[in-house]
Design a protein around this ligand. Sequence first.
Ligand code: RFL
Ligand code: PHB
Length: 390
Amino acid sequence: MKVQVCIVGGGPSGLLLSQLLHLRGVDTIVLEKHSRDYVLSRIRAGVLEQGFAKLMREAECGERMDREGEVHNGFHIAHEGVLDHVDLHKYSGGASVLVYGQTEVTRDLYEARDRLGGKIVHNAEDVTLHDLTTDAPYVTCRSEGAEVRVDCDFVVGADGFHGVSRKSIPGEALHEHEKVYPFGWLGVLSRTKPVSPELIYVKHQRGFALCSMRSQVLSRYYIQVPITDKVEDWSDDAFWAELKRRLPQEVAAQLVTGPSIEKSIAPLRSFVAEPMSYGRLFLAGDAAHIFPPTGARGLNTAGSDVHYLYHALLAHYKAGDSVGLKDYSQKALARVWKAQRFSWWMTSMLHRFPDRNSYDDQLQQTEIDYVFSSDTAMRMLAENYVGLPY
Ligand code: RFL
Ligand code: PHB
């Protein structure tokens, strides 16, 4: 089979790019390792910046997001038992974020691909990329026992951190920057009313916590746990008790608990692969970079990659202009590194680090005090959280 763009990975990055290209007449195929049900069972991002929401609308996938997503104009940071407010709207010059889960984003994208008859191969085994530095790259895989070969002009690696695309780039052509944190987030989804109308990020001596939500009847909570902990170590009761200990008293008193309908541990990692292209392969999203979830940058930065790549491919196909493709990596990475800086800053400010000393503790508290005493610092926080311009 021959297509213009072969996309490896049917997560949000791959689906969004294929939908945008299809709408402008560029032929794509998506090769996804897992079943659709499996992809839709993963609970991940909850906060969308305006740029991502705009792309969803451009992809004709924004209707349910605009109907069901909640506009949030701010969030709270709890520290030393005090609940301080971050007014995103005020300090970002009128912007806000949308609370709408990645699972729903992905569901909307799959439905849109189905409506347009988009080509998606699920359960694609042994996806292998070939001849990436020639003018005729191709991708092979096995699907339902049959060998599949896709000839294409370009390959997009949107197959996440553990995918095959980044690993297809020779080591000497790639520089990987990584920081692994000595803790993870234990997350629980529960059919309960959220404890607060806005998100609460909590810095506490026992460790970080986050109160988030998916809707007014579906809550998402996280607590920082040692990287060595296993989900089986945490009963629902133990989770709720630990979360309560970390919340300010007046918040803990309002917490509605219930059985978990999903519980998982996500390790915290910062990672960037440079460059984000190799021959006719272009990496997008988690395939190229990972953010600790504290700044809500992962999916949102995948969105800016897709934006740059989409416009570069359109310029190539519609105007014979390949400058955007040549500059893609550099352009995407400039924004990626700013998002890395912000996630690292939020993570450092709010978590408990096992090897810290009293000097580190004082600096950490001073950082928070500074944010809540300086309009300039608050503006820095707000403009990064709502998303830097593309
Ligand atoms: P994905 O979602 O990992 O999708 C990649 C797809 O590729 C498939 N795949 C392969 N396909 C073919 N062949 C192979 N060899 C393959 N190997 C893998 C996989 O099955 C999968 O379907 O990457 P993508 O599309 O780049 O999307 C990135 C986002 O998923 C990620 O950045 C966010 O979830 C990060 N994140 C958050 N981002 C935000 O912007 N805001 C948030 O509030 C936020 N919260 C979070 C998060 C991530 C979390 N976890 C679990 C890491 C909260 C958490 C807890
Ligand atoms: C979530 O709701 O899953 C969520 C929200 C904000 C973050 C990270 C995760 O910073």
